[in-house]
Design a protein around this ligand. Structure first.
Ligand SMILES: Nc1ncnc2c1ncn2[C@@H]1O[C@H](COP(=O)(O)OP(=O)(O)OP(=O)(O)O)[C@@H](O)[C@H]1O
Ligand SMILES: [Mg+2]
Length: 347
């Protein structure tokens, strides 16, 4: 009964305002965004801004905003609720709307409509709505880029975890061959992690390949660091910005080629240089990895190479990069050349 009476009172006062042409409020006839909804909590305030009535939905919205005290008979500020929109509405005799976040992640939309009588504010209706979920979704939409970055970041972290576990496992292995095989896997996983790390820093899905190349080169050089291995790594050219779809397999291919040079070209401890050259003319990407080591074995053909490294390279070049790769003896050493067309549309 009390509900009905309260609503009737409010309705009557709005009716008087409509008769006075004071309602709807001039400023907001076109705005629909902040229109009241059926589920809104409603509070009725008297002329001194004290709560005369609070609907169950209003009480629960206040609870979610961290206000536990009974609102009836109190000013909102006195029970710990930010009453800025109410003061604003009472002072300006016009409606005021604000989003209030008193408890982290809990956002309450507060809308105060002043009730006017003879041009004076005689009370107010406060509509409250919990819009936390709505705002959370907005925020997620706004930060799609951030979300993608976060995913890459997680993929990178997971890969690093896997590679650490493998490294621990390699340490326990007795067989040198098994140890080497697991360490190879560690290196391959680290390369992919490196790409995801780069992607997690860059917005969008294309990346400056140098951001991968330099840390990758540092990683290879780390493996070269020993006095009995005077091998140098030299980089030239620039691959520019590449789509992640291209950069990821390309980084893996490059790692395999560098590793092969490290593993096979300087077997006898001879000194030497490994060179990487990249060129991007906007439509074609060319990459050359050369070394001045011992050279390929006699009768070597990349198409027939059965090692895992070159199998990975062949597969990625033909199925992911849609390019071609050639390996040839140089004098001295080996030259590997990769060419591919750059896809027009990234994504
Ligand atoms: N830069 C190079 N100089 C000399 N020989 C090379 C070079 N790159 C590759 N090879 C030869 O090609 C072979 C096949 O290489 P591939 O990467 O497929 O296998 P792997 O390096 O032996 O093993 P994995 O890469 O699986 O650890 C090598 O064993 C080596 O004989
Ligand atoms: Mg290899």
């Amino acid at each position: 009964v009390q509900f009905v009476r309260t609503y009737l009172v409010v309705l009557e006062r709005f009716a008087l305002m409509i008769a006075d042409v004071a309602f709807p409020f001039a400023a907001e006839r076109s705005s629909t965004a902040a229109l009241p909804r059926v589920g809104d909590g409603v509070m009725l305030l008297d002329a001194s801004q004290r709560v005369e009535y609070a609907s169950p939905n209003a009480v629960s919205a206040l609870h979610r905003a961290g206000v536990q005290a009974n609102a009836v008979g109190m000013r909102l500020a006195a029970i710990g609720f930010d009453d800025h929109p109410v003061r604003l509405a009472f002072e300006s005799a016009a409606p005021a709307t604000e989003e209030i976040e008193q408890v982290p992640e809990v956002i309450v939309l507060v809308r105060c409509l002043p009730l006017l009588r003879g041009g004076k504010v005689s009370g107010g209706v406060v509509l409250v709505r919990d819009i936390s979920e709505l705002r959370r979704r907005d925020r997620m939409l706004l930060s799609k880029d951030a979300t993608i970055r976060e995913i890459h970041h997680r993929v990178k972290s997971n890969l690093q975890t896997i590679s650490s576990l493998l490294r621990l496992q390699a340490r326990r292995l007795e067989s040198a061959e098994a140890k080497a095989a697991v360490e190879e896997s560690v290196r391959r996983i680290r390369t992919i992690a490196l790409v995801h790390e780069t992607l997690s820093r860059d917005v969008g899905d294309d990346i400056d390949f140098n951001d991968i190349l330099l840390p990758l080169a540092a990683m290879v050089e780390e493996g070269l660091q020993s006095p009995d291995r005077p091998v140098r790594l030299r980089l030239s050219g620039d691959a520019g910005r590449l789509s992640a779809n291209v950069a990821t397999p390309l980084a893996v291919v490059l790692t395999e080629l560098l590793q092969n040079a490290v593993d096979h070209a300087f077997v006898d401890g001879r000194p030497g240089t490994i060179s990487v050259d990249m060129a991007n003319d906007g439509s074609t990407l060319a990459m050359t990895v050369s070394d001045d080591g011992v050279g390929l074995p006699d009768g070597f053909r990349i198409e027939e190479a059965t090692g895992l490294g070159l199998s990975i390279v062949r597969t990625l070049v033909t199925t992911e990069l849609l390019g071609t790769i050639e390996m040839a003896r140089a004098d001295p050493g080996t030259v590997v050349s990769l060419r591919m067309l750059i896809p027009d549309s990234y994504g």
